[in-house]
Design a binder for this molecule. Structure first.
Ligand code: AMP
Length: 176
């Protein structure tokens, strides 16, 4: 079975979470299958291999799960981007707009070195707002964007279009 089929059969659709009208793609069942987790990390590593990546950045919190596994697979460092107020050391922040209201994400100031090429990872690409903010935050501290990778792309929301200005390298293991 293809990795996309295996992912889709593991992902659980939860209607009307966290609010009415949203179908939440719950990836937690994937985590019960260690073979699938390993195969996901290997497949992501294979698909991003030619992008000359120095570090993987994962976006809190579901971006940590496979971001860390992928960094390990590529044998390069992993860096977390966290929600406001969680990081203990000197940090830089960026505010961005959500569908309703706004959010802030942060990164440790010394987490990347100027000129490094960063792969941004999250579990799911929807409108692209979160990954776009992560890319802007990384550029603000002198990094270059090597590309983006996700487990799931909700392609009807056109997130890829938003991210193209940072990098055209953008892959997802499954598309809806
Ligand atoms: P966006 O900024 O619109 O691309 O949204 C992406 C972020 O929101 C990711 O961190 C996802 O984990 C989360 N997210 C958005 N929509 C969904 C969904 N339908 N199911 C699960 N997570 C979602």
């Amino acid at each position: 079975m293809s990795i996309e089929k295996r992912l889709k059969s593991a992902i659980r659709d939860v209607p009307n979470f966290p609010k009415e009208g949203i179908v939440f793609k719950d990836i937690t069942p994937i985590l019960l299958d260690h073979k699938l987790c390993k195969d996901i990390a290997v497949e992501l590593a294979k698909q991003v291999k030619s992008w000359e990546i120095d570090r993987v950045v994962g976006i809190e919190s579901r971006g940590f799960l496979f971001g860390m596994m992928l960094a390990n697979e590529l044998q390069i460092p992993f860096v977390p981007i966290r929600k406001k107020g969680k990081l203990p050391y000197t940090k830089v922040s960026i505010d961005y707009e959500l569908e309703y209201g706004s959010a802030t994400i942060e990164i440790h100031q010394d987490a990347v070195v100027k000129g490094e090429r960063i792969l941004i990872h999250d579990d799911l690409l929807a409108t692209g707002g979160t990954a776009d903010a992560a890319a802007k935050l990384l550029k603000n501290i002198g990094a270059e964007i090597a590309g983006f990778c996700f487990l799931v792309n909700l392609s009807f929301l056109n997130g890829t279009r938003v991210l193209n200005k940072h990098s055209v390298n953008n892959i997802s293991l499954s598309t809806y």
